[in-house]
Design a protein around this ligand. Structure first.
Ligand code: PAF
Length: 283
């Protein structure tokens, strides 16, 4: 497995693969890989001749008071896992080679990135779309695989690809959970045992919301969200948001909405966790 540290090395590799007619699948990550990431690599492996995993804790998607410095990192373990899962190359640059000190060009999606995490983390999605656009220009992938745990990120990236005509097919991979129901996340590493046990409430309230919304439709949303908030607070979670939006527009649901995205961000201790579920209210 190859390891590239600079954009130029990766782009030369990607161009050579493209010229020899090989297809490429990219799995963008920030490292500290867990079973969720590995499932993305497995999907990529089935799709294309060449699999590239990027491991880059992207500074421009973190706010000034967020966890950039303490974000967990373990390159040795990550690269071993990538190799075991059949990756052909890992791209692991330092921030200094990704962003010139006077970098002044950014990619911004302006609608789907407004609510939910976009409202609470100003600049976050601009950082994500900018780095993903750069990764697409470097890895030249035919496919790129993203997890549905970051449902809003997935929608924003799909919109960017459509609006800017990137020749990439975005593949949405199912959210992977621990046996307890807790959604896998690199940030779970911050949780104490007690916080981890309490955080199981998140998947429990999402599971309970689904049948209630299928049964009650969009009129049931206020009561369902209220019940979710109550249970989360009872378990000691500090709510950032608990919302239900139209799953394709990320706007407040209307009678026309076919699918709802029920999404939440909740702190346990200092750790902010996100989770979501999709609900088909109309068939
Ligand atoms: O989902 C992530 O890990 C990151 O937001 C991504 C897509 C790798 C961009 O830095």
């Amino acid at each position: 497995m190859k390891i590239f540290r600079t954009p130029a090395e990766l782009q030369a590799y990607a161009l050579a693969n493209k010229r020899s007619g090989k297809t490429t699948a990219l799995v963008p990550t920030m490292g500290y890989l867990h079973a969720g990431h590995l499932s993305l690599i497995d999907i990529a492996r089935q799709k294309a001749d060449i699999v590239i995993v990027s491991i880059f804790v992207n500074p421009i998607q973190f706010g000034p008071t967020e966890d950039l410095d303490k974000y967990p990192r373990d390159f040795e373990r990550d690269s071993k896992l990538c190799e075991e899962h059949g990756a052909d190359a890992v791209f692991a640059p330092e921030p200094g080679v990704m962003y010139a000190p006077d970098a002044s060009t950014f990619v911004e999606e302006t609608r789907l990135s407004r609510p939910l995490c976009g409202a609470r983390r100003p600049g976050h999605f601009r950082g994500v779309t900018t780095v993903v656009a750069k990764l697409f220009n470097l890895a030249l992938p035919d496919y790129a695989v993203f997890g549905m745990k970051d449902a809003q990120q997935l929608l924003v990236i799909k919109r960017m690809v459509r609006d800017l005509n990137f020749p990439v097919e975005i593949i949405a991979a199912p959210l992977i959970r621990e046996h307890s129901g807790l959604a896998l996340s690199s940030r779970n590493a911050y949780l104490s045992e007690d916080e981890k046990e309490r955080a199981v409430v998140l998947s429990r309230v999402l599971d309970a919301a689904r049948p209630a919304l299928i049964e009650g439709g969009i009129e049931a949303i206020p009561a369902v969200l209220e019940a979710m908030r109550h249970e989360i607070e009872k378990a000691g979670g500090r709510i950032d948001y608990v919302e239900a939006l139209d799953a394709s527009t990320l706007e407040p649901p209307t009678e026309k909405s076919a699918d709802l995205l029920v999404a939440l961000a909740v702190y346990f201790g200092k750790t902010r966790l996100i989770d979501n579920t999709l609900v088909w209210v109309k068939r």
